[in-house]
Design a binder for this molecule. Sequence first.
Ligand code: OSB
Ligand code: MG
Length: 369
Amino acid sequence: MKIESVTLCELQIPLVDFFETSFGRITARRILLVRLQGDGIEGWGECVADDDPFYSEESIDTAWLIAEKYLVPAVLGEVVNAGREMPALFSRVRGHRMAKAAFENAMWDAEAQWLQIPLWKLLGGSQRDIPCGVSIGIQNSHEQLLAKIERELSAGYQRIKVKVKPGWDLNVLEKIRDQWPEILLSCDANSAYSPADTEHLKKLDRFELLMIEQPLWSDDIFFHASLQRELTTALCLDESIRNARDAEMALELGACRILNIKVGRVGGFSEAIAIHDVARKFGVPVWCGGMVEAGLGRSHNVALSTLPGFTLPGDVSASKRYWKEDIIEPEVTVTAEGTIQVNNQPGRGYELRRDVIEQLTVRKQEMRR
Ligand code: OSB
Ligand code: MG
C-alpha cells in the first residue's frame, strides 16, 4: 500500500468514573488517533500516551510533536505492505514508543483489511475466548473500593487488580481478602515503593496475590530481581519492559515471574509479539495490560490477547467501564463468564463510529504528499 495521506486526530473524552493510580487521578482522556490512507484502504491506530508524562516519559503532546515532525515524513509516500515493515522506517528515532506504536498498529490494521483476514489471525493468535480482569483505581474510601469490586465480580470478571501505594495497601488488601478469600487478586504499585520497603512488601505475601505489579522504579530490573528473591508472591513487570531484550534480561535475572505486555509501551505489535515469544521460551505467562484505551486501542488489545501465551486474565475490559459512548461499533462487551469473544470478521472486527469521532475531535491535521 502506498501511503497517500496521514491524519492525526486528537479526541477528548470524559471518563464515566475517575481513575486513580499512585501518580494521580484522571477524569477524562485525551486520545491521539493515527489514520494511514492509501490504495483505497484506511488503517487506524490509537496512541496510548497520557495527558501527562507520569506513567512514562511520553505524553499526548510529545507524541503529536514526534509524529508530525518525524513519523509522518518517514511514511508519507512510502510503499509499505505490512505492519512488520514499520519499525525499520522509524529506527532513527529513539524512544517515543507509544507514538511509533500508533503508526505501526495502524499499518497492521490496514494489512488485515487488505488481506481480508481477522487482525488477530494476522498477529498469530488462536484463542477465541479472552479471559478478562479489571484494574480498579485508588478510591475515596475503603467502602467505595469494596463496592466497586463487588460490582465487577458480579459482572463476571475473573481477576481483580487494585492499585496500591504506601498507606493504601495492607489495610485495603486485608479487607478485600476478608470478604473474598478465594478470588484471583493482584495489585499494581506503579513504582510507589523502594527497596527500603522490602520488609513492608513481604507482608503482602500473606494475601496470596496472583502478583504484585511494578513495585519499584519504572526503569529498574536489577532491584526487582533482589526483591523477587525476598517474596513468595510473583512479581510482574509493566513499565520496566520496553522491548524483548528487557524481557530476556528480566527473566534471565529472575526479576519477575509474570509479564504485562502493553502494545503501546513497547512500540507496536511486532515488539509485543517478540516479548510474548521470549516469555514462552521461559515458560512465563503473560497478560495484556491496558492504558484506559478508547475502542480502537481496546480492539487491538483484544486481538493481541489471542496469542497463545496470554494465559492470565488481562486488563481488557468492557467499553462501558470507561466510556458512555465508545468510538467503535459494536462496543467491547464481556460475557457473564468474564471473557471477550473474538469474532471472525476481517480486520479489527469493530467498525469506527465516524460521527462520534468527529464530535469528540479537538484537533486534527491531515498531511498528504
Ligand atoms: O499500570 O497498568 C497500569 C492505566 C493507566 C496507566 C497505567 C496502568 C493502567 C491500568 C489500566 O491499570 C487499566 C485499563 O486500561 O483498564
Ligand atoms: Mg501496571
